[in-house]
Design a protein around this ligand. Structure first.
Ligand SMILES: C[S@@+](CC[C@H](N)C(=O)[O-])C[C@H]1O[C@@H](n2cnc3c(N)ncnc32)[C@H](O)[C@@H]1O
Length: 791
């Protein structure tokens, strides 16, 4: 069983997980015992005696597969409709080896009114792998899930892990902080809430902000990769120890542009503390925990968890809301942390959320618990004093402090308002969630106090707080970087001893502490390259050209341009990016198209307008990236959006670089009249030989002299083909052209197209400006493998 521990091979080295590690049904139930676990949790009285067996039995059963239809709300609803109307009926009457197989069902606690998410976007099914491989219906459904997951329309996420963002209640204007964000499944939900006003084809630019932080540099790149699926100008990714998160500054609202702006601390409306934890709530899939669990896993994390929550309490606005969550059942990591945080910040209280998500089965938080330092859990102690009396050395040789125990005022703290989710309640993983806000009167006083003090005073004080020395029981001996877990619930202990508590700057950047990211430089809106790019792409004057940045100190448009919203720009301009270890900001929208010739007429137009080339980029061609198109689309001149039909879509999807002659006459004629370069095509809903497009689809294409290329990557093309035409693309549609094809009359065009498509994939992955980007973590994790295994 030990070998089945995710992310750890026999030799102890790290590798991508293998299929079978996701299948708890391959383990013998007899392996799933741990005396220490049972003794500890019985001593905590987490459940009435009569529920104990069903709790253990649920822990030993395979966790159903759950997934969430992700992305902006309208897109998600449209895909959800396809699941309901096409896939579920197809799967409703499937038998395999004489047994009826149940189709996917919507998670019941998502279907009630009054939820923050539209009904029924979370699904669950429990189908053996054999069925997924061999039943034609489930095989098809599996392919659909895999492809849609690859392009970010579906997120495989454990049901309970979807909860914390729901209790935060994020709105598009909110300033949101995700303190421990990687790999980003909850970040994606927070982004979706910020982008609630997106339409089916176009992204909104929220006025709010999401700072997603993680102390592990490699994991921040996993996070960037995950969040690229919902590109957002409102996103910043930082790589810091959340317990020491520095105060960021922004100009006060009254600052005007003429004088030097007065700075004020950036406070947040919503903060998620999904802290590193022992992860014993994930035992149904992280099977190694059955073998290794011991109480010190949680004891050692308590202090870090507390400091992260306390830091959040300093960074929240007077009327803001914090959600604290773990995938652990251990009160030392849960109620003890919340109690200690409330006692250190008496202005805060737990919010009663018992009427939110009313069908979610949950238990109240505990008022009593009995920690122990005894690995074998032979004894637990009612108080810290009792431990010290029995074992005086415990004060120095264990990580236990008074704060691990219930405080004397435990009855006043309303810990019952915390939520405990147990596996047997609704066939899920185990989880803990607490929602904290300032008491109403405290919130007024805090707001007044903040107003009275000068911004500098507040900044100094918060800075000092952030630098406070660590508590005595904090571990500073980080030893391992856990393997990325696409669901975000990687336990932070490995073999019961290792935990992730190292400050980001110390060890996790793989570069000996130095921060190697390229700077973020905003272009002037008069930048000649930017102007020429906007002209050529036919964007309207309302395009927010003030908020375009490049990733190099000189501000040269070497290759890519990124778009942020105004608050992200303000944070970047008023804070040293190395101090906040800024790893990503905004979303990449334009990229230079190497090898593309500038159309003569356009060159002429640039000359006529007497725009002196101020940089190398002026004469170059830029295109809108596939991932950036939804953000840019609202600014594309409507008359420049070309309408095309299903046959054109089919041709573009099925061929790599179809020649102009292979298109329908009307489309061919339209395109012949247009300049070479990037164009935006809209495909309205339609039908073709049984294929169906249910809503508007807008895509970027590149026109060369003899052919056209759909500028989306291979995975997106595959998902599109499956979704609209019901079939996977033959490998040749995505293959590089063969030599003999390159020798024909259209060789020049074909070569250029091939270079473009290759370039598209490359540019989506890597940024030539030296900025790290989404693909950096491809060495870390094989997403495809995980997805296929997981579903
Ligand atoms: C439970 S996981 C977070 C999962 C994430 N919220 C999600 O839903 O995908 C905890 C994360 O905390 C990070 N972490 C550990 N110590 C930290 C610290 N001191 N500051 C910030 N992040 C930390 C780990 O790298 C890990 O990615």
């Amino acid at each position: 069983m030990g070998n089945k521990r995710r992310g750890q091979n026999r030799g102890g080295g790290k590798r991508a997980p293998k299929n079978d590690e996701y299948r708890t049904d391959l383990l013998e139930k007899s392996d799933m015992h741990n005396e220490r676990f049972a003794a500890y949790y019985k001593a905590q009285g987490i459940l009435p005696e009569e529920e104990w067996e069903s709790f253990l039995e649920a822990l030993r059963c395979p966790l159903p597969t759950t997934f969430r239809v992700a992305g902006s709300r309208l897109t998600a609803n449209s895909l959800n409709k396809a699941i309901i109307e096409v896939h579920v009926p197809m799967l409703s009457d499937v038998s395999f080896e004489g047994q009826r197989i149940s189709p996917p069902v919507q998670l019941s606690w998502w279907t009630l009114h009054g939820l923050r998410y539209p009904d029924g976007l979370a699904w669950q099914f429990n189908v053996p792998k054999k069925v997924l491989r061999k039943s034609p219906e489930f095989k098809k459904f599996h392919s659909f899930l895999v492809f849609e997951t690859e392009v970010g329309n579906i997120s495989r996420q454990e049901a309970v892990s979807m909860l914390p963002p729901l209790f935060l209640g994020v709105e598009p204007h909110h300033r949101v902080m995700d303190m421990c964000a990687a790999p980003g499944s909850k970040t994606a939900q927070l982004l979706e809430a910020l982008h609630a006003q997106d339409t089916l084809t176009a992204s909104s630019i929220p006025s709010g902000l999401l700072v997603a932080n993680d102390s592990d540099y490699k994991r921040t790149h996993l996070l960037i990769h995950q969040s690229a699926r919902l590109p957002s100008p409102a996103l910043m990714v930082t790589n810091l120890d959340a317990s020491n998160y520095p105060t960021m500054k922004i100009p006060t609202e009254s600052s005007n542009n003429g004088s030097k702006a007065k700075l004020t601390p950036l406070l947040f409306d919503r903060i998620l503390c999904d802290v590193p934890c022992s992860g014993d709530g994930t035992m149904r899939k992280n099977l190694g925990i059955w073998k290794t669990w011991q109480p010190n896993d949680g004891n050692g994390l308590h202090s870090l968890q507390l400091r992260i929550l306390q830091r959040a309490m300093k960074m929240i606005k007077p009327d803001g809301r914090i959600v604290y969550s773990t995938c652990s059942l251990n009160p030392v990591e849960n109620e003890a942390v919340v109690a200690a945080a409330l006692n250190s910040n008496p202005d805060f209280q737990l919010v009663d959320v018992s009427s939110s998500l009313p069908t979610l089965k949950r238990r109240q938080g505990l008022h009593t618990w009995r920690p122990t330092a005894d690995k074998a859990v032979k004894t637990t102690y009612e108080t810290y004093a009792a431990l010290i009396e029995a074992n005086p050395q415990a004060a120095t040789n264990t990580k236990l402090t008074e704060g691990h125990w219930p405080p004397s005022n435990v009855g006043d703290l309303h810990l019952d308002r915390c939520m405990r989710i147990y596996p047997h309640l609704q066939d899920s993983g185990g989880f803990f969630v607490a929602v904290l806000e300032r008491k109403p009167s405290a919130s007024n006083t805090t707001a007044k106090k903040e107003k009275k003090r000068s911004a500098d005073e507040v900044l100094d004080e918060r800075e000092a707080d952030a630098k406070k020395p660590r508590l005595k029981d904090e571990s500073s001996t980080n030893t391992s970087t856990p393997q990325p877990d696409m669901e975000g619930d990687t336990p932070m202990v490995d073999g019961g001893a290792q935990m992730d508590t190292t400050p980001a700057s110390d060890a996790k950047d793989g570069g000996g502490g130095s921060f190697k990211e390229m700077p973020y430089t905003f272009l002037s809106k008069d930048d000649p390259t930017l102007i020429s790019c906007i002209d050529r792409l036919h964007l309207t004057p309302s395009f927010p050209s003030d908020n375009v940045l490049v990733r190099n100190p000189e501000g040269d448009v070497v290759r890519s341009m990124y778009l942020t919203n105004s608050i992200v720009k303000s944070v970047i301009q008023n804070n040293d990016f190395t101090r906040i270890r800024l790893t990503a900001a905004g979303t990449k929208v334009f990229t230079r198209q190497e090898g593309a010739k500038v159309h003569e007429k356009l060159e002429e137009a640039v000359k006529n307008e007497e725009r002196k080339p101020g940089s190398a980029g002026v004469g170059a061609q830029y295109r809108i990236l596939g991932e950036g198109l939804p953000v840019v689309l609202p600014y594309v001149e409507p008359s420049r959006i070309i309408e095309a039909g299903m046959q054109t879509l089919k041709t573009l999807v099925e061929s790599y670089y179809p020649l102009l002659d292979s298109f329908e006459e009307s489309f061919k004629n339209t395109m012949e009249g247009l300049e070479l370069g990037c164009h935006v095509i809209r495909f309205p809903p339609g039908e073709l030989q049984g294929a169906s497009l249910s809503h508007d689809l807008v895509l970027p294409i590149w026109k060369s002299s003899a052919s056209m290329t759909l500028m989306i990557d291979k995975k997106a093309k595959n998902a599109l083909s499956l979704r609209v035409f019901g079939r996977e693309l033959p490998s040749t549609a995505n293959a590089r052209p063969r030599k003999k094809d390159e020798q024909g009359a259209t060789a020049v065009s074909i070569e250029l197209d091939a270079a473009l498509v290759k370039d598209e994939i490359k540019s989506e992955d890597l940024d030539d400006d030296g900025a790290s980007d989404s693909a950096a973590m491809h060495t870390e994790v094989n997403t495809e493998e995980i997805v296929i295994q997981g579903l």
